[in-house]
Design a binder for this molecule. Structure first.
Ligand SMILES: C[S@@+](CC[C@H](N)C(=O)[O-])C[C@H]1O[C@@H](n2cnc3c(N)ncnc32)[C@H](O)[C@@H]1O
Length: 320
């Protein structure tokens, strides 16, 4: 996987040998034989094709990993092959024994504090989130019901990618992105590039979701619930519920784990273990979602799957 990162993810796998790849990308210093060995692994995994002359060509998966492709997985790949995530995954054995996440012990602080203190890793993480958002934003835009003139709050909304996409689609919508104060400069940089008709309807609320959540008609939490243990989720959801406007909805946007006995959906199960090693959260089955919503004074109204063969869903709740 490092091959993609070294060569910048461009679609250059057009039938090149390891030697030709190196000649075409002279700024990348890699050993030819070792590159070939790694590319052969990629070929066996289906990420590239391989012929008898040692030429590596594209497959459908090559496209998914290319930065040139809309909704590609390059940011996620970059994150999972980073030293930070190798380090976190190496704690899995200890977590199995202790029954809890060892991330804080390894990083010396909670994961999000670590990111906010390490700008390079923060950039890499933001890239992964952007990659992931690009994959799901079109389906969210299609399936999330947004009443005209609503105020939408995006809890832990990061740089505002989702909020901007929603504002572009709904001309009367207003949006508030709640995130940690350290995120504000990255948010402002991203918003600067947006059209005035969008940026004028968007504000950043520098805060802490464990203390309060701004009032809105729709409160979305994308990739937030799976980051945290039940107690922190309930606390955040309670804060969102207290300030939720009349007839408002709270929408968790995360995967819903298959029931026990269903061995499909490898992606969500890998993400579940990722949540164990990196943070204190987990992916949840529908009954587990129902339980945390109940504890926060909410009722789960419906689960809307975003795409076929993909567990990412809108988990929609209203006040009890
Ligand atoms: C996994 S990211 C999800 C970002 C975005 N919602 C997305 O899907 O791309 C989690 C976000 O939660 C934010 N966050 C962490 N702790 C928070 C807190 N106590 N209050 C508000 N935001 C927080 C992080 O800064 C980060 O932007």
């Amino acid at each position: 996987m490092k091959c993609w990162i070294y060569f910048g993810f461009s679609l250059f796998f057009l039938g090149f040998s390891a030697q030709e790849l190196i000649e075409k990308n002279q700024e990348v210093e890699v050993d030819r034989e070792n590159l070939e060995r790694c590319l052969r692994v990629c070929a066996s995994l289906g990420f590239v094709s391989e012929d008898e002359e040692g030429r590596f060509g594209p497959t459908l998966s090559t496209k998914l990993l290319s930065k040139d492709t809309q909704g590609n997985l390059s940011g996620i790949l970059e994150m999972f092959s980073s030293p930070l995530f190798f380090n976190l995954f190496s704690t899995l054995g200890a977590s199995l024994k202790s029954g809890k996440s060892e991330a804080e012990k390894t990083l010396g602080m909670p994961f999000f504090d670590y990111l906010h203190n390490n700008p390079e890793d923060m950039k890499m993480f933001a890239g992964a989130m952007e990659s992931h958002s690009a994959l799901h934003t079109p389906a969210i835009l299609e399936k999330l019901e947004v009443p005209e003139h609503a105020v939408l709050v995006d809890v832990g909304g990061g740089m505002g990618h989702l909020a901007v996409a929603l504002l572009q689609k709904h001309p009367h919508l207003k949006a508030i992105v709640l995130d940690r104060p350290e995120l504000q400069p990255m948010f402002e940089k991203f918003i600067k590039g947006q059209d005035e008709s969008v940026s004028s309807r968007l504000e950043f609320s520098a805060g802490d979701m464990f203390k309060s959540v701004p009032a809105g008609d729709i409160v979305v939490l994308k990739h937030i619930i799976h980051d945290w243990d039940d107690d922190h989720c309930v606390l955040t959801l309670k804060n969102a519920t207290v300030s939720l406007k009349e007839n408002g909805r709270i929408v968790g946007i995360d995967a819903v784990l298959p029931k026990l006995g269903d061995s499909s959906d490898i992606a969500t199960k890998v993400m579940d273990v990722n949540m164990l090693v990196a943070v204190t959260g987990k992916e949840r089955r529908e009954d587990q979602w129902r339980e945390i919503y109940e504890k926060a004074g909410l009722v789960l109204e419906k689960v809307v799957q975003l795409k076929e063969h993909d567990a990412m869903s809108l988990v929609i709740a209203k006040k009890k």
